[in-house]
Design a protein around this ligand. Structure first.
Ligand code: SAM
Length: 265
């Protein structure tokens, strides 16, 4: 989706951000995976959903966890309006239009539910969870991985992007370009996020295996995998040309936005 007319910057950002998350709500497999994971947690208590979007996951939380109180925190003004309308009849739901990092609850929070995973794991909002003004009893999901795989361009049967064109993307991480890629067999872990800590792994790849480096995010809760790009199509695979044996990621957080720095060395 693309906004085609000129708008004031604030309005553009608000609508553009809203549109960016619309597809999330169409991924029923993601919702089913989160529902299964939530069903293993204890019932009741005070729950907060950080970044509640249009409220699809919020309805699942209400059904499965049956919280005494559910706070829905959402920074996007359009999504926040939708949430207020959708849950206006629920006496145990309170919608707050705010960044989760700025919100100070007036009571203890038993559980924080979030879906802040980007296609490169830490490139959306997971860092916000390190900047909370409160300490929830538990976070769901609490774990995630960025995994990698190397494949030959020929194996993709790609009609347009030949070897010469592909080489021109050196150093660029691009999602969805080979949208039909399905042969996901991860070779190792690049990043792991667990209970708020991001761990970088040293990866040495074999350039003889192919010229396409594929990245995939996996959403986990403790020992259980909930999603990867095959199980939950919301998360795209990310591709980049192989330019060496080692690379590194850095994530720079600035006012609610995480920038990704990627370098070969
Ligand atoms: C991927 S969507 C998930 C929506 C919903 N939780 C679900 O799983 O269906 C992420 C939502 O979080 C919101 N968001 C992102 N960062 C946020 C932050 N720091 N504080 C509050 N909301 C945030 C976005 O505007 C978006 O609506």
């Amino acid at each position: 989706m693309e906004i085609l007319n000129k708008l004031p910057e604030h309005r553009y950002v608000e609508v553009d951000d809203f549109l960016a998350f619309l597809g999330v709500h169409e991924d029923e497999k993601r919702l089913a995976a989160f529902k299964k994971g939530l069903s293993g947690l204890s019932r009741g208590g005070v729950v907060v959903e950080a970044g509640a979007g249009l409220g699809e996951l919020s309805s699942v939380i209400l059904d499965v966890i049956r919280p005494r109180k559910l706070y829905l925190i959402e920074e996007n003004a359009i999504a926040c309006d939708v949430l207020m309308e959708r849950f206006s009849e629920y006496s145990n739901v309170e919608v707050v239009c705010s960044f989760i990092e700025d919100w100070e609850p007036q009571e203890e929070i038993d559980l924080l539910v979030q879906e802040f995973y980007g296609p490169l794991l830490y490139d959306e909002s997971l860092e916000a969870l390190n900047r909370l003004k409160f300490k929830p009893g538990a976070i769901f999901p609490n774990r995630g991985f960025l995994k990698y795989q190397v494949i030959p361009l020929e194996s993709l049967d790609e009609p347009t992007v030949n070897k010469r064109i592909w080489e021109k993307f050196g150093g660029v991480l691009v999602s969805d370009i080979f949208w039909y890629f399905e042969d996901y067999k991860p070779e190792g872990v690049v990043l792991e996020w667990y209970n708020g800590k991001l761990r970088h792994y040293n990866v040495e790849i074999d350039p003889l295996k192919g010229d396409v480096l594929v990245f995939a995010v996996e959403v986990w809760h403790d020992e259980n995998k909930l999603c990867d790009p095959i199980l939950c199509p919301n998360w795209p695979f990310v591709f980049t040309p192989v330019m060496g044996k080692s690379f590194e990621f850095d994530f720079v957080y600035d006012e609610g936005f995480t920038e990704v720095v990627f370098k070969w060395y």
